[in-house]
Every structure is written in C-alpha cells, then in structure tokens.
Design a protein around this ligand. Structure first.
Ligand code: GLC
Length: 531
C-alpha cells in the first residue's frame, strides 16, 4: 500500500473560532481559547485543525470579509498568539489548515479603498468595475448570494462593482496578474509560518465569464429558496479558466513539503471532479458536500456514494463532510439517534472525513430569537429562514455558566440544554455521541482497511445499507447501518461470520455473528470479518 499523506489518513476538524472557546471574556472565541482546547482535539484523535477566518475584518460576514490578509483580528488575538497556536498544534503532531478567502475582500481592504478612489488608480482593475447600461441599470442580471443584485453603484466614480456576496465583499478580478501575485504572496506568508494547508473559500466563484453574459433563468426556482437561485449561475461561477488559478495555487503549495489545499465547491459530482485538476494538479480535496444535501434515505445515499466513488479520477483522494458553518446541523436535520449512524457513515467511508465542531457531541441548531440574529444571510432575506446562526452557537464544554465557553455575554446564545449536553458530561458516558466519535476515530486510525481500503457496496434496502472496507493483507470490516427507527434483520451472504467490533450500542461489542444479524432501530454496527 502506498504511504498515505497526513490529509489522507487523518481526520479534519473545523473550528468556528467565534464559538469555540473565549479566553478574554468578551463573549467571542479566540486563538488563546483554541489553545486551551488542543488537548481535547488530540484526545478526540483529530489530525487537521481547520479554523474559519481569523484575519482582520469588519465582520460584515463574520471574517469572510477580510481587510488585512496578513494579520489577526484583535478580537481573535494577535500574530504571537497565532505563532504559539501553530507551534502547539505541531507539538501534538497535528496540522493547521487556514481559511483562505481569495474571491473577495472587505470593502475596507486598502486594495479596494484605492480601487474605488478613482478610475485611474492603479488598483482600479483589481476589482470588477463596469459601466451602467445606457438606461443607468446594472451591467447584467447576476445576483448576490445574500440577496439582491450582485452590482453596487459607486457614486463617486460612476461605475458599478460586482460582489457575489455582500456589497461589503467586492469580488477581486482574478484575471489581473497583479491580483494573482498578491494572493500568492498572502499564501507564502502563512506557508512560511508553517501553516499546513488552506481551505479555499468559494473556489468555484473565482473567475467570471469574460463577456459578462446574463445568467439563464432557473426553471426550478421556488419561492422558499434564496433569491440567488432565481438564476443558474452559468456565467458567474465555475468558468474553465478557474482551473489555471487553482493550478497556480497548487504549484505554490508544492514548493513546500506536504502542504494541502481543500476547495469549497458546491457543484454536481461531474463538475466537482474537475477541481482535482487535469493531472491531480488541482485541489487535494475538493470538498464533497453530498451528505449535506441528500435526503436521509438508504437508496439515495448508496447511489450517491457509488456515483462519487466511480467519478474520482485515478490518483484522486475522496473526502466526506457532514456539517459546516453554513448548513443546518446534522443532529437537527436527521435527529440525534440517526446522527450516530451518520457519524459511523462519515468515519467508515473511503476518504478524509471532516467533522464540524460540536457535531461530535450531537449539537443541534439553536433557535435564535429574531432580535438576536447576527448572520447577514438571515437578516437580508428575513422571510426565508436562511440564518446560519443556529449552527454557529458556542460550544458547551461543561455545566458551568455559559457552558464554560465564556464568563462574558456570549455573542450568540447557547443551547438551553447545555447543562445536560456538554463535553464533560458526554466524556463520562460510554453511550454518548462523544464516546462514539472517539471510538470510531480510534478504530479508523488503527485499521488500514478502514483508513484506506476499498469501498465495496454489499446490500441496500429501504432500511439498511451494508458495505465492506478492505485492503490487501488486512482484516475486512463490514459496516451495517440502519437508517430507520425500526428494527430489522440482515441475512449474511452464506459464508460470512465475524465479531462486532463497534456498535452504536456498545454492549453488543465482542458478540460473534453468523448467518443473520438483528439490528435495533437507529443502529450502526461494524463487524470484523473472520473470512
Ligand atoms: C463561503 C463561506 C461562507 C461565507 C461565503 C462568503 O461560502 O463558507 O460562510 O459567507 O463563503 O465568503
């Protein structure tokens, strides 16, 4: 078996820094807070720690609007805290992945301030400026993800600029070589500090159609959807030239040792695959968001896994994601019991799993009263229930005030149930979600078949999904997942027998299995096969 790289063999964990741990009692998490919790991540068995943006930002989009790419926002700490963080992460044999936001800057970034200062400014062409149409209207029909048109009128210089997200997040013009060089310089700055990889924000947005053609109407638009979905973003995203940019970023990473790049890309499987690059010279891991969008149904999921597996280019490495800071939490989507089955799925599929902070304790979406909504996506489209705040609430560590997250006033309220549902309580309970995650990660990291073996689908019906993971010369594992609340049986193909290695019901572990197995509702089982 080929030697695996750290981002292939290890598990990735996403921290949303505002909500992980506050160290200075201002109610917002910070880098020193993360430092305090590194032992926890290590005990969980995590390899790669991805932190959402911590750079200087006016926080219009909570850090995804950056005004200085080479500094830490004071709310999170400073560069010396960062240096300590990376050192402590490395000391624990873990890796640090930063969020790189190259598609757009803050409108307060000096580059944009210069760009908007006059049409003659040398940085004018660093952003996307266009004349109004003769009747004064916007240059084309492109829409912003967070509602309304993607064009903002600049009174002073009498042109529109394009923003795929908020008007406070103007898009950079990646066709300009100076922009490319400036962002490569940012990457070099962090790579030289020892950062192990980047998660590249909205990678598929980076280049737009050279002719700015109108996007076509989406025939499947329904009124509950974000207004952005009225059109199909055929000309504003996923342009062929984006791959040249990804390739440049990758080439830079390849000048360093064992650095990696994740691409945030919401596209259908076939288009997603192109982000691996024509010759595996693109993103190491184009994020696979299939499990975020499919309904929780055995046939759909099994079919999607098969399609994804079949589409991965030779030499490409798969990956799986169950949650992130933009999506409803898995435990709220499918229920706490099924979330255990989902954890088993995530950690037994072939490829790198990414865990969203708090999912390992089964955190649920927290209802945020309307007056407390922070997320611009929620505020801009108030009738559509699109606020991402519920999935971004502070981590409950124990039953002390504010779950031990902060002594101050938390920036978002915690789940009311934090006294019962927190890290410390779950750590002592062998049946908890946290214990399940730990056992699953531990097994995955110990067993070559689970870490890197083939994925072999065996059986799917209305209730269960069965597959085998196997690599030559190692034990085979059969995974049986009951995606329903009802009990059921699975009849083995005649020659199979084995021992339950791990189950969502720990008391079953060690039981020998032959011919037939009976499963509880919401149960997942991993069997070590004897033959
Ligand atoms: C990505 C981020 C999201 C952010 C958006 C704009 O999708 O994950 O949180 O709002 O980009 O930067």
């Amino acid at each position: 078996m080929e030697q695996q790289l750290w981002w292939q063999s290890g598990v990735i964990y996403q921290i949303y820094p505002r909500s992980f741990q506050d160290s200075n009692q201002d109610g917002v998490g910070d880098l020193r807070g993360i430092l305090q919790r590194l032992d926890y991540l290590q005990s969980l068995g995590i390899k790669g720690v991805w932190i959402s943006p911590v750079f200087n930002s006016p926080m219009a989009d909570f850090g995804y609007d950056i005004s200085d790419y080479k500094n830490i926002d004071p709310i999170f700490g400073d560069l010396s805290d960062f240096d300590e963080l990376i050192q402590e992460i490395h000391r624990r044999d873990m890796k640090l992945i930063l969020d790189l936001v190259p598609n757009h800057t803050s409108d307060q970034h000096p580059w944009f301030l210069e760009s908007r200062s006059s049409k003659e400014n040398p940085k004018r062409d660093w952003y996307i400026w266009k004349d109004a149409l003769p009747d004064g209207s916007v240059p084309n029909n492109w829409l912003a993800m967070f509602g309304g048109t993607g064009w903002e009128w600049d009174e002073a210089t009498q042109e529109y600029y394009y923003h795929a997200f908020l008007k406070e997040q103007p898009d950079l013009n990646w066709r300009n070589p100076e922009v490319q060089e400036a962002m490569m310089d940012v990457m070099r700055f962090w790579l030289d500090k020892g950062v192990d990889g980047f998660r590249v924000d909205v990678m598929w947005h980076m280049i737009k159609d050279a002719n700015f053609r109108d996007n076509p109407v989406n025939p499947e638009y329904a009124s509950h959807m974000a207004t952005y979905n009225q059109l199909l973003p055929v000309y504003s995203t996923d342009q062929p030239e984006v791959h040249d940019i990804v390739y440049k970023m990758r080439s830079l990473l390849d000048e360093y040792e064992e650095r990696m790049m994740i691409g945030e890309i919401y596209l259908p499987i076939r288009s997603l695959m192109s982000y691996y690059g024509s010759d595996n010279n693109g993103a190491h891991l184009p994020f696979n968001f299939l499990l975020l969008s499919l309904s929780w149904n055995t046939h759909q999921i099994a079919a999607a896994i098969a399609e994804y597996e079949a589409a991965i280019p030779a030499g490409g490495w798969p990956n799986w994601v169950l949650g992130n800071h933009d999506q409803p939490r898995i435990a709220s989507r499918i229920g706490s019991e099924q979330a255990k089955v989902a954890a088993m799925l995530l950690l037994t599929l072939r490829g790198t799993p990414t865990i969203y902070y708090g999912d390992e304790i089964g955190m649920r979406d927290v209802p945020i009263p309307f007056e407390e909504v922070q997320d611009p996506q929620g505020l801009n489209m108030p009738d559509k229930n699109l606020s991402r705040d519920p999935a971004r609430t502070p981590m409950p560590w124990d039953d002390s005030k504010n779950g031990g997250f902060t002594q101050g006033q938390p920036w978002l309220r915690l789940d009311k149930n934090y006294v019962a549902h927190n890290v410390s309580v779950q750590d002592k309970d062998p049946r908890s979600m946290l214990s399940l995650y730990k056992r699953l990660i531990n097994l995955r990291q110990k067993e070559a078949s689970l870490m890197s073996g083939q994925y072999i689908p065996v059986y799917t019906d209305q209730q269960i999904m069965v597959y085998i993971r196997h690599t030559d010369g190692e034990d085979r594992f059969m995974v049986i997942l009951n995606l329903s609340h009802r009990p059921c049986y699975y009849n083995f193909p005649s020659s199979v027998n084995g021992t339950i290695e791990l189950s969502t019901s720990p008391e079953l572990e060690g039981e020998r299995i032959k011919d037939k197995i009976s499963l509880h509702g919401d149960e997942g089982i991993i069997i070590r096969l004897n033959n």
